[in-house]
Write a protein that binds this ligand. Structure first.
Ligand code: PMP
Length: 396
């Protein structure tokens, strides 16, 4: 039969990100592409005990439906952690989500009619572009540098109009660039948001993975008039397979997002919420995150050192202070996707993420995202040395 798909399906294609997840799953390919956490750091033993304990002690509750915003104890624990990070909130301003990714979908669903404008960093998180796509936005992309979103360029975009429905930013160790927005930029961004009456969507899955230096405050903690929706996630702190994240926002926004959550998937899995709540009660999440930070920090150091030693000098790379990614800038005219398809994969079974699809408006071919989280240190050295050799051959 001929299916009469909704017009929005024109914007839902096989995405680059799906291709990458598939590539990353091929055991023969050494992938620096996928944004997977290091699985050896998952707290498997603790979770295994907790799943059994929760099922034995509270099976009837843990396997039952529950409230759509998420179980109250976990909302309270998330609110308490957010307050420690300077965000004034209580459990009622927390909505538990099926990963931070669901927050991207729900905010777009709440705000966007076809053709509405969304402002993003340039480049921005590919998964956000994929989440927003069915709602058919138009983008205005704001330049970035090593201080994060360039607020002078943001002012230009805001003045040029049309008025945007919201601004999306990943201020901490951004995916894909690894860059963190400086405090002056954060303050200026919010000043402009107030002046132009703009809703801000702050996405922070990497925030706790800081290796060094002082964390600038979240946009949400600097938000004086309830215009920031803050997203967080347990994916990089515990395990992405639990599919638990959260939104923090004022009452009206959380209520509306909660109604959309109810309509879409009723609630997050009660069992996973019960287990994570018990984990936060009985285990030291901060100590666990500290282990993750130490491991990623070593991996970052090894990766940057090897890049420095082995890559041609005219390839630029960012020096992230946390998170999982560095961002390569090749000379103009270099096609990173083609290089991967024609050289890296056939010759060395090496993969990164070509940067083009992270640009919401005009793709640039001469970038790639490389992740240091997944592979072990030896593989990072071997992979970057091989890549450096191939790049030297190609670029001189
Ligand atoms: N936002 C950003 C910036 C991300 O990098 C990711 C994961 N790669 C997500 C959101 C979604 O993560 P999750 O749904 O697993 O919480």
């Amino acid at each position: 039969m001929t299916f009469q798909f909704a017009s929005r399906m024109q914007h839902v294609g096989p995405s680059a990100i799906r291709e990458l997840l598939r590539l990353g799953a091929d055991p023969d390919v050494i992938s620096f592409g996928g944004g997977y956490p290091d699985a050896s750091l998952f707290p498997t033993d603790a979770l295994s005990r907790l799943f059994r304990d929760v099922l034995e002690a509270r099976g009837a509750t843990a396997l039952q439906y529950t409230v759509s915003n998420g179980i109250a104890p976990l909302r309270a624990q998330i609110a308490a952690r957010a307050r420690r990070d300077g965000i004034a909130c209580d459990a009622d301003q927390v909505l538990i989500l099926n990963g931070g990714q669901q927050g991207l979908d729900l905010v777009a669903k709440m705000m966007l009619d076809p053709g509405d404008v969304v402002i993003t960093e340039d480049p921005t998180f590919l998964g956000a572009l994929v989440a927003f796509a069915p709602y058919e936005p138009r983008y205005r992309a704001v330049r970035m540098d090593d201080q994060g979103m360039d607020t002078d360029d943001l002012l230009r975009v805001l003045q040029a109009g049309p008025r945007a429905k919201f601004l999306y930013t990943v201020p901490d160790f951004q995916n894909p660039t690894g860059v963190t927005m400086s405090l002056p930029r954060r303050r200026r961004l919010l000043e402009l948001a107030r002046e132009f009456d703009l809703l801000v969507l702050e996405d922070t899955p990497y925030r706790a993975l800081r290796f060094e230096g002082e964390a600038p405050p979240t946009l949400k903690s600097l938000d004086t008039d309830g215009r920031v929706i803050h997203l967080g996630s347990f994916s990089k702190l515990l395990a992405p397979g639990l599919r638990l994240g959260w939104a923090i926002a004022g009452d009206e926004l959380i209520q509306r997002l909660g109604l959309l959550k109810l309509a879409g998937d009723t609630q997050c899995g009660t069992l996973a919420m019960e287990v994570v709540s018990r984990f936060l009660d009985g285990y030291d999440l901060d100590a666990h995150v500290e282990r993750i930070r130490r491991t990623y920090r070593r991996k970052r150091d090894v990766m940057l050192r090897t890049i420095e030693a082995c890559f041609p000098p005219h390839i630029a790379f960012t020096r992230p202070q946390g998170g999982m990614f560095t961002w390569l800038t090749f000379p103009a005219g270099f096609d990173a996707a083609r290089f991967m398809a024609e050289t890296m994969l056939p010759r060395a079974k090496l993969a990164y993420v070509p940067g083009e699809s992270f640009f919401p408006v005009a793709g640039r071919a001469n970038h790639a995202r490389i992740s240091y989280s997944t592979q072990d240190e030896d593989t990072i050295v071997r992979g970057m040395t091989l890549l450096g050799g191939m790049l030297t051959e190609a670029l001189g």
